[in-house]
Design a protein around this ligand. Structure first.
Ligand code: GLN
Length: 193
């Protein structure tokens, strides 16, 4: 069994924890650097990245986590979590706070519109038979991919990318009950699902 941490500072961490547990993973909430010990993988949920960077700064979590990610910890960032992983942002709204980096992409925060413009889109995803219905909520747009591999696009823009063992999605794969993207990610961690 693998132990998967979920960054639980803020946002949709409960939904990821229950989806991962339903797939047979041992799960752990991560709020402090010591919670990273012995983890096989980590998921960074959606929510509000500006809140996450502030809360994480109080406990010095992100410099330690960033190092683990650089050392190869399989990591999946969704929505706000994708913002944390992006090597580049189009604006300086999070300037002055540690993020994580690890995905060679450029991201524009909130570029899919406001909360009221949230939507669900059928997404063809490499490796999956049949579309995945992705929920976009004040979602970040991936406006440029450097070296990352694109696993899904919507309207011509990448919405799910991977760079080695670091995955990022603009949408919320933990909402809607379809576990297939979590399963794909867990398989790369070595979990039998
Ligand atoms: N707009 C949020 C941010 O900038 C992300 C939204 C989400 O995670 N659903 O952090």
């Amino acid at each position: 069994m693998v132990t998967v941490g979920v960054l639980s500072l803020q946002g949709a961490f409960r939904e990821h924890l229950s989806m991962l547990a339903s797939l047979g993973a041992e799960t752990r909430k991560v709020t402090r650097p010591e919670h990273l010990e012995g983890l096989d993988s980590i998921v960074l949920p959606g929510g509000e990245s500006s809140a996450m960077v502030r809360i994480a700064a109080n406990v010095g979590l992100f410099p330690v986590l960033a190092e683990r990610i650089r050392d190869g910890l399989p990591t999946f960032g969704t929505c706000a979590g994708l913002i944390l992983l992006a090597d580049r942002l189009t604006d300086d709204s999070l300037a002055g706070y540690d993020r994580l980096g690890g995905l060679d992409i450029t991201v524009a925060r909130n570029a899919y519109g406001s909360q009221r413009e949230s939507f669900v889109a059928p997404l063809p995803v490499s490796g999956l038979d049949g579309d995945f219905h992705g929920t976009f909520i004040r979602a970040p747009q991936i406006v440029d991919v450097g070296g990352a591999e694109v696993l899904s696009t919507h309207g011509g823009l990448p919405v799910l990318v991977r760079s080695g063992s670091v995955w990022g999605g603009s949408f919320h794969p933990e909402l809607g009950g379809d576990t297939r993207i979590h399963e794909m990610f867990l398989q790369t961690v070595g979990a039998a699902v």
